[in-house]
Design a protein around this ligand. Structure first.
Ligand code: GLU
Length: 424
């Protein structure tokens, strides 16, 4: 293989470079052809738009939005749209590539994409967010499509935004096209089980990893960073299976109780308290950054990228990390965790339950049929367990970490498909 190694990573790690470094290692382990390496290393398409939106006070503000399609080799591209002030093209590119690997790891027929708008939805009214979402959808009319590119929720977006996207796209086609987006409200063709799907997949992956490492869930102590959709569902479902959740956190701070936190009560408190854990009764407030360093068995980062880095990785005490967020561990932290014998179930496996049930939503929309929650859960649990075992076996076969093994599984699948298709 003659391809050139990615440029050395600067002190501040960037998510796209982190992704590329793992991609590079896995490609080498696989002996990937130069040609396919070249095809997969850059996104197929990347679009940046500037969206003028009328604000409630009558002024016009221009928002920058992106959509990156990393690959459509396995099928139409799939991935969420993020509303956050931190959105930038490098982040969206990394997130789009992660979607390609994620869909391949769980063996669903999608390529990978991601979108984002640089905005702060917490400071915007419902009407402003709606106008922004409709403007974004209009500008992506040529990119989106149920057989082309299918958006979904991500940080800062949810069922409301998906409903507006579906409506705006449908209007442009003169008919209802509900399969163009997933994560919709139930009444618009959303799937039962989609809301909890990512957290449920995290729970399945965590239990599968505990089994392999002979950790008893009934004796395990767990800390979860992030109490949004992913973190709170993972906490609830793991708690119901006997795992003691001793710490949770959100933007207001982290909350610790050595005896365990009652997650159902914490969710109820958050929902009544303006979506914040601030003042959570029955727990001690600690620094957000301390949560990652607690003496626990399992650590679930379920908030954002780059929280486990070379600066704190050597202080982590957990034996098992299960990545609910996308990209929470930077590339430089990988080797530190590995040397400490900490096992990390990587994002592209651990949080793939969300896109799996998005796939089920799309299948149901196209069938014009609705599955029961039991059917959705049974099938997604099966997919997650199969994917976990596949990655685990691959890590033994190639003598690599679960993360590199997950990339190997994904790259193998995408490159084989590319070969059969003969490139396009
Ligand atoms: N945004 C989610 C993810 O990162 C879901 C994507 C989807 O369902 O298409 O996996």
């Amino acid at each position: 293989m003659s391809y050139i190694e990615p440029a050395p990573i600067k002190d501040k790690e960037n998510p796209f470079e982190s992704m590329m470094s793992r991609f590079h290692i896995a490609s080498q382990a696989l002996g990937l052809d130069d040609e396919i390496y070249e095809v997969l290393k850059s996104p197929t398409k990347q679009v940046t738009v500037n969206l003028p939106v009328t604000m409630d006070n009558g002024s016009i503000r221009v928002f920058e939005g992106h959509r990156v399609v990393h690959s459509n080799i396995l099928g139409p591209s799939k991935g969420g749209v993020r509303y956050d002030m931190g959105v930038n093209i490098d982040e969206v590119k990394a997130l789009a590539a992660w979607m390609t690997w994620k869909c391949a790891v769980v063996d669903i027929p999608y390529g990978g994409a991601k979108g984002g708008i640089k905005c702060n939805p917490r400071e915007m009214s419902q009407g402003e967010i709606e106008r922004l979402t409709r403007a974004y959808t209009q500008s992506m009319n040529e990119i989106f499509g149920p057989d082309r590119d299918i958006p979904a929720p991500d940080m800062g977006t949810g069922p409301n935004e998906m409903a507006w996207m579906m409506d705006e796209y449908s209007k442009s086609k003169g008919m209802t096209v509900n399969a163009v987006v997933t994560g919709k409200p139930l009444v618009l063709g959303g799937s039962l089980g989609r809301t909890e799907a990512t957290g449920r997949g995290v729970m399945i992956s965590a239990l599968a990893a505990m089994e392999k490492t002979k950790m008893n869930p009934f004796e395990a102590r767990c800390a979860i960073q992030g109490f949004g959709n992913v973190g709170s569902w993972a906490a609830k479902l793991l708690g119901e299976r006997g795992v003691k959740i001793v710490a949770i956190s959100d933007v207001s701070g982290a909350y610790y109780n050595d005896q365990g936190i009652d997650i159902a009560e914490a969710i109820e408190y958050r929902d009544k308290n303006n979506k914040s854990l601030e003042g959570l009764p029955g727990a001690e407030k600690i620094e957000g950054s301390e949560l990652l360093l607690l003496d626990v068995d399992v650590l679930i980062p379920a908030a954002m990228e780059d929280v486990i880095t070379k600066h704190n990785a050597d202080k982590i005490k957990a034996k098992l990390i299960v990545e609910g967020a996308n990209g929470p561990t930077s590339y430089k932290a990988d080797s530190i965790l590995h040397e400490k014998g900490i096992i990390a179930v990587p994002d592209i496996l651990a949080n793939a339950g969300g896109v799996t049930v998005s796939y089920f939503e799309w299948v149901q929309n196209r069938l014009g049929y609705k599955w029961t929650r039991e059917r959705v859960n049974r099938r997604s649990d099966r997919i997650m367990k199969t994917a976990f075992n596949n990655v685990f076996e691959t890590s033994k076969e190639y003598d690599v970490s679960l993360r590199i093994a997950a990339y190997i599984v994904a790259i193998k699948k995408v490159s084989q498909t590319y070969k059969y298709r003969g490139g396009f």
